[in-house]
Write a protein that binds this ligand. Sequence first.
Ligand code: TYD
Length: 207
Amino acid sequence: MKGKFVTFEGCEGVGKSRQIKMLEEYLAAAGKEYFFTREPGGTVISEKIREIILDKDNATMTGECEALLYAAARAQLLKERVAPELAAGKLVICDRYIDSSFAYQGRGRGLGYEFVAAINDYAVKNFMPDCTLFLDLPPERAFLRKGGADKQDRVELSGADFHARVYEGYKELAQKYGERIAVIDSSGTREQTHAKIIAALKERGII
Ligand code: TYD
């Protein structure tokens, strides 16, 4: 793994997409090469798995099935896109990764850390991020920013308690993996959050 691997994490509506776009613009302006992808998705097969996971009609999907599908989509993305880009020395930026599974399935669905770690051992092998940017904003505040309940997918519709547990899960991960996970206070303006992200990446020698 020659390149650097950066992942974005956070609850729904924290402004992750906007921050990724701002980082992409920053990198492009600085003439830095990067490869951007997202989870679940990023390959034809992984996007098909994404459709199954997020489909509101799949209301009876078990937590176990959900966790395995995320891991399957991840395994495909890793081997098909992420690993080759890292081998070529690129900076790889991924919108969500294994920490989403720990927070959403492990904590939110209550499957536990060990279960998620075990199935992701197969999916992830040794490809852990060099830096994970956790956009820290409690779900009740993030939801206010996002709005539009009619546009929500199956995971987003899981209820306030679920999303509160996801947030707690992220906080626990940030404590446990303090070196890898940079906690980015996202309660300010988008420009302030962007500046914190750039500072965190520079501090870690990523950019
Ligand atoms: P998406 O629309 O991409 O959400 P966001 O813009 O918030 O990233 O949908 C991805 C959903 O999948 C999101 O609700 C988080 C969830 N998810 C998990 O539950 N586990 C995972 O391992 C991953 C990667 C995502």
